[in-house]
Design a protein around this ligand. Structure first.
Ligand code: HAM
Length: 438
């Protein structure tokens, strides 16, 4: 048997319903915040991620899926969505609009060669959003509000917003040197990974999980204490706007994030809900003012975030999110071969009218068809035998009450729509809502 590749998942129909629910919330909340969808390819030139995400990040160093295609191009399956979005904005000159910041969102599969565990796969999916072309702190705050509203729309419990600032590019570099100097004297007490990291990417030492209680890290200089005046003012404004929007947050001075492009604000949304296991970060993001120019585009200050869809799903299920019970509007039960053939036109007509209809593909007894029909949870049964065919009628049976009515075929669609509306409104078919819908 050929099985799926380690770190990938099949999304089976029952689970796909949860995905569709999350996707509908993505579209709804993105529309409310006035973001438009931008879809980029799943693979890109390898160089995009080396230059964009950064050569010193773990993602590019150890986790990308790289291959040479038949035309000898070096290709990478995208490990994240931000660098591809900026590539697309530059290539398609989307920045040439008076409507900056450009507000786009995306969703789709990403690929990282990580050690798979609950909430961590090699093929996973992200919903992300980017606001490109403004350095206003209000945009940072609005992105955090958008992310928090999205999470609230899913009813995920115990979510915390963590916030920090890395400062502008030059203060970030100066801070890194300071941190490197400090760590140099204490390197022997750091974990083996941090021994490697502190030279190339000292920021990542700050959020090391192994060393989190190590006094060396507790006493290490923090980015917030080394911000330039302008960077500090930017951060203070972000906090002020968040308070104005009544978004709860806490400042986490060790939050640095795993990608090299961040400047100024960085943030994460975590939940301690049990179903998430060790991977408690639902999503994160921040400002990345230098990425566009690093990719040879114009100066485009930008800020964004991304959520891991698999983690949202775990959190959703852990929060007891209930999907509506699945049902179909009606199940056609046709008796005998001739009626079956004749019933297909009726089914077709109802389906074209937007009703959810199914029927038995086998010619079976009335009892066997009813038994099969029950599996689909129909609101109504449509019973069509020889007598009905001759009289040009059909019997409509309410699955809940057992009441049955004989209806002329010409009137079936209207009668059924009325009955279905009544079911949606839980009324007897004559309420105000029914009248309005008509
Ligand atoms: P990231 O923190 O690398 O940021 O990923 C964002 C989210 O994707 C994580 O918080 C997590 O929920 C999910 N995720 C990451 N790796 C995996 C994995 N192996 N399995 C399952 N879920 C995973 C970014 O990707 C940035 N591009 C976010 C951003 C947008 N920053 C600015 N704009």
């Amino acid at each position: 048997m050929i099985t799926k590749i380690k770190g990938t998942q099949d999304i089976l129909p029952e689970e796909a319903r949860f995905w569709q629910e999350i996707e509908s919330k993505i579209r709804l909340v993105s529309k409310i915040y006035n973001f438009q969808e931008l879809r980029t390819p799943i693979f890109e030139a390898t160089e995009l991620f080396h230059r964009g995400v950064g050569d010193t990040s773990d993602i590019v160093k150890k986790e990308t899926y790289d291959f040479q295609d038949r035309g000898d191009r070096m290709i990478t399956l995208r490990p994240e969505g931000t660098a591809p979005i900026i590539r697309s904005v530059i290539e398609n000159k989307l920045y040439a609009t008076p409507k900056l910041p450009l507000k786009v969102y995306y969703q789709g599969p990403m690929f990282r060669y990580e050690r798979p565990q609950k909430g961590r796969q090699r093929q996973f999916h992200q919903f992300g959003a980017e606001a490109i072309g403004s350095d206003s702190p209000l945009v940072d705050a609005e992105m955090i509000a958008y992310a928090a509203t999205f999470i609230a729309s899913l009813g995920i419990a115990n979510v915390k917003v963590k916030l920090n600032s890395l400062g502008d590019l030059s203060t970030k570099e100066a801070y890194k040197d300071k941190l490197r100097d400090y760590l140099e004297d204490h390197v022997s007490s750091l974990c083996p990974d941090c021994n490697r990291r502190y030279k190339e990417n000292p920021l990542r030492v700050l959020d090391c999980k192994v060393d989190k209680d190590n006094p060396v890290l507790i006493d290490a200089p923090k980015p917030l204490d080394h911000l330039s005046e302008a960077a500090k003012a930017h951060f203070d404004q972000v906090c002020k706007y968040l308070e104005a929007m009544q978004i709860d947050y806490s400042i986490d001075p060790t939050l640095v994030r795993g990608l090299d492009y961040y400047t100024h604000t960085v943030f994460e949304l975590d939940s301690d809900i049990e179903t998430l296991g060790a991977q408690s970060t639902l999503g994160g993001g921040g400002r990345y003012n230098g990425l566009s120019s690093q990719l040879e585009g114009p100066e485009l200050p930008a800020v964004g975030f991304a959520f891991g869809m698999e983690r949202l799903l775990l959190a959703l299920q852990g929060s007891g999110y209930k999907l509506e019970e699945e049902h179909i509007h009606a199940f056609m039960i046709a008796l005998g071969d001739e009626c079956k053939a004749e019933s297909l036109a009726i089914v077709d007509l109802l389906r074209h009218g937007g009703l959810i209809i199914d029927y038995d593909y086998d010619v079976r007894s009335l009892k066997a068809q009813f038994k099969h029909a029950e599996r689909f949870n129909p609101w109504f049964y449509l019973i069509f035998g020889e007598a009905e065919m001759k009289a040009n009628t059909i019997n409509v049976k309410d699955a809940a009450t057992g009441e049955q009515e004989t209806v002329e075929i010409d009137k079936l669609y209207n009668v059924l729509v009325k009955k279905i509306q009544a079911r949606y409104h839980s009324c007897s078919g004559n309420c105000e809502n029914c009248e309005e819908d008509c």
